[in-house]
Ligand binder design. Structure first.
Ligand code: ADP
Length: 756
């Protein structure tokens, strides 16, 4: 952790003038527009990366208005200024909306304040308004400096030395409304807040048989509404980009009635604040409530979540992703030449993704225009293919499947491998989506042994109603891989139960089992069916899929445990060595370390060397003597055979010279527990629907391929088991290519002060 000084305490604030130094690059960072959780993580990463790169760094308080106000609103920051801010909600450097910045006079003052400090590089964290304001400022910069020279407010030499303003933008917005990035900073945390609320409402609604209308933010963007409807198990959702069809009132009431008849105790309708009908008339949460009460005659309550969605601590994702983009944004402004087109620094598939800033802003602003013009299909297309896909998936699982069509095929669902939060969510989605496609869905209890013992039941729509939000595995799981001797029994069971297709939701053991069975497939008639594996494990050690179901929940469990640990250690000088799961895969350790602001991480992938440990002991001693109060080291459970967590603690304690004490902390099975996060629920649902679609296609075509969920060209795909040897390191059961290892330099750039 970073505990020497904090921005909020003001102790990190230093000089406010850099005029004349002019030789070192000077970077400023600000947060503007609506606040969002995770903005602090971006600020921290920008400040530390820029310091590490040898720049002077300034934070601008109160957004673009702070540029105009100057004085104390523009503060020199050091490494410690951004200590202990990553876990805090909102933005510690403040944000504001500035009318003055919309005027040239305001921007002239802003230019004077920056150039007088030698600042000509700026990272702006905000929404499309802030980013376009900053871009206008950049475009006017030369003209503004000329005016300042003419009025003798700056010297021609100063203007010459800072003749260009280089900017980069990062989107801080809970709405996830920006084109050019998969996720905006704050959107994941907002989903956490919404889902906490919907889970709480579900429990009270279920006790009284109530209906709730939940209004979430999103004037022009349905992301929060759609995703929270999926992750919260809602019955109906209204989003601005995809207004409901004419006659939706009847359809909605009918859907809610059918849900009740199928066993639901509560009904939930999610309404985005900008929802409208096909004619453009607003659909309000109150209007929906009145209609439900009148037509269904049932007690219906409205909950408008409002600013709760912006509040609370950032989720794990809103700690590591902001670190990644903040790091990249700092490098972007430091490395870009004067004529470089300003970029929006976002993410695509967990990697930094740059888009020309104003292209992204323009595309983002086009969507509300399309919605206003009633061009909904184009608005949806601009949200991207996964958004459209999720609308279809939601429709498939939210409606009670018709029971009057003769079921065609029998798909069995089972687990194998370790427990992972989100397993239940995947089963629920598979059952409902499968039923919507006319299949009979079977649940196998107790993994492969359960299959052999014929522990198989048909699962009805209502049976899985409350499985979405609960951790664990209602069907049970097991770690054993069927032996060749058991294949006959497995095959017989599949035949006896007339299983037409198999979905195995699990981890490494699920993959290994199917892979082995496939090798013997021709010998067993029961195996002549299509089969697919869906990746669930907290370890994130499966090939083909970059973030397995369960890993995000585990990261959030780690973050909340370590947040508490840090608080407990406030009063002493202490080093904690926290041991984290993951088997031989360091994903949870590295990304966990980034999320909690650890100083050091020990991974099996890197190995642990005695010489490195000696350096670590040196560094630790130095920083504690310099005033540090807390040092956090994260160790993957299998990082090293000999250098165990206990060994590291003894070594550090022995070498501390009494300057600090050392404690181990083994998080253990806590990491596998917990209810699945919105991200894990959403992806479990998405992957389950994909698997059912894939199996259905096989059944229609009469083929029986086997595979596991992966990606091809950025889209979901099924990879054949024949690729396992090429993709998996068999010694350590982890992918040969681990994308997240590229995050290591980012973690290092923000973890340890290079100037100490
Ligand atoms: P967001 O950044 O969240 O979209 P706003 O649209 O309110 O929030 O913009 C934040 C601030 O950005 C405004 O208060 C204003 O100072 C500045 N801004 C927005 N648009 C412009 C513009 N066209 N020219 C100059 N400044 C602008």
């Amino acid at each position: 952790m970073d505990s020497t000084t904090t921005a909020a305490s003001g102790t990190g604030r230093g000089t406010t003038s850099n005029e004349g130094s002019g030789r070192r690059p000077a970077v400023a960072v600000l947060t503007s527009g609506g606040d969002a959780q995770g903005m602090n993580g971006v600020v921290r990463a920008v400040v530390r990366t820029a310091i590490g790169a040898g720049a002077d760094v300034y934070a601008v308080y109160e957004g673009l208005q702070g540029l105009i106000d100057g004085g104390d609103a523009i503060q020199r920051f050091d490494w410690g200024s951004v200590g202990s801010i990553q876990h805090r909600g909102g933005t510690v450097i403040g944000t504001a909306r500035s009318v003055e910045f919309r005027t040239r006079e305001g921007r002239l003052k802003a230019a004077a304040n920056l150039v007088q400090r030698g600042i000509d590089r700026l990272v702006v964290i905000g929404g499309d308004g802030s980013l376009s304001g900053a871009d206008l400022f950049r475009a006017e910069w030369i003209g503004l400096l000329d005016e300042l020279v003419e009025s003798d407010r700056i010297t021609p030499d100063l203007a010459r030395r800072h003749s260009h303003l280089v900017i980069a933008g990062v989107v801080g917005s809970i709405d996830n409304d920006m084109v050019g990035t998969d996720m905006t900073v704050g959107a994941d945390s907002a989903l956490h807040r919404i889902i906490e609320a919907i889970d709480a409402l579900s429990s009270t609604a279920a006790s009284h048989q109530r209906s709730f209308v939940v209004e979430v933010m999103g004037r022009h963007c349905g992301y929060l509404a759609l995703m929270s409807a999926i992750a919260g198990g809602a019955d109906y959702v209204m989003i601005p980009e995809n207004p409901p069809p004419p006659g939706w009132e009847d359809e909605m009431c009918e859907r809610l009635r059918a849900g009740r008849a199928a066993g639901r105790r509560d009904s939930i309708v999610v309404v985005a604040e900008g929802a409208r009908d096909r004619d453009g008339a607003p659909i309000t949460s109150q209007g929906v409530r009145d209609m439900l009460e009148e037509r269904l005659g049932e007690d219906t309550r409205v909950t408008i979540l409002g600013h709760v969605q912006r509040g609370g601590a950032p989720s794990a994702y809103d700690r590591w992703m902001p670190t990644l983009v903040g790091h990249a944004a700092a490098l972007e402004v430091l490395e870009a030449g004067p004529d470089h087109e300003p970029q929006l620094v976002g993410v695509r598939s967990n990697r930094v993704h740059l888009t020309p800033l104003m292209d992204a802003v323009e595309a983002t602003r086009e969507i509300p225009r399309l919605i206003d013009a009633g061009r909904y299909d184009e608005a949806m297309a601009m949200r991207g293919s996964s958004f459209t896909e999720m609308v279809r998936v939601f429709e498939g699982i939210a409606q009670v499947a018709p029971t009057d069509v003769a079921p065609s095929r029998r798909i069995a669902i089972m687990h194998a491998g370790g427990l992972a939060p989100g397993m239940n969510s995947a089963v629920r989605a598979a059952v409902r989506f499968g039923m919507s496609r006319g299949h009979t869905m079977l649940g196998v209890r107790g993994s492969f042994q359960g299959l052999i013992d014929a522990e198989i039941d048909e699962l009805a729509w209502g049976d899985v109603d409350d499985w979405l939000a609960v951790g664990g595995a209602e069907l049970g799981t097991g770690r054993s891989v069927p032996t060749v001797e058991q294949f006959y029994a497995v095959s017989r069971a599949l035949e006896n139960e007339k299983v037409d297709a198999l979905l195995v939701i699990g981890g490494h053991r699920a993959y290994e089992s199917l892979h082995r069975m496939l090798a013997e497939r021709d010998r067993y008639p029961g195996f002549r069916i299509p089969a697919i594996a869906l990746p669930t494990t907290i370890d994130n050690n499966l090939a083909g899929w970059e973030m397995t179901i369960g890993a995000d929940t585990a990261l959030n469990e780690i973050v909340s445990a370590v947040d508490r640990l840090k608080q407990s250690a406030k009063a002493s000088r202490r080093c904690f060595v926290v041991e984290i799961m993951g088997r031989y895969c360091g994903f949870l350790s590295l990304v966990g370390a980034m999320s909690v602001g650890a100083e050091k991480v020990y991974l099996h992938e890197n190995g642990v060397r005695l010489a490195d440990l000696a350096d670590d002991v040196e560094d630790m001693g130095r920083s504690f003597r310099a005033g540090r109060r807390f040092h956090l080291a994260i160790r993957n459970e299998n990082a090293s055979v000999g250098y165990t967590t206990e060994f590291l603690c003894q070594l550090f304690a022995e070498e501390s010279g009494g300057a600090y004490d050392v404690r181990p902390m083994v998080l253990g099975h806590l990491q596998q527990g917990g209810n699945p996060t919105p991200f894990d629920r959403i992806h479990a649902t998405r992957l389950a629907a994909y698997c059912v679609d894939w199996l259905s296609t096989q059944l229609d075509a009469g083929t029986h391929e086997w595979g596991f969920v992966g990606q091809r060209d950025g889209r979901l795909a099924t990879l054949p088991f024949t690729r396992m040897p090429e993709l998996v390191d068999p010694t350590f059961n982890r992918p040969r290519d681990q994308w997240w290892l590229a995050l290591q330099p980012v973690m290092e750039a923000v973890a340890v002060d290079p100037t100490h």
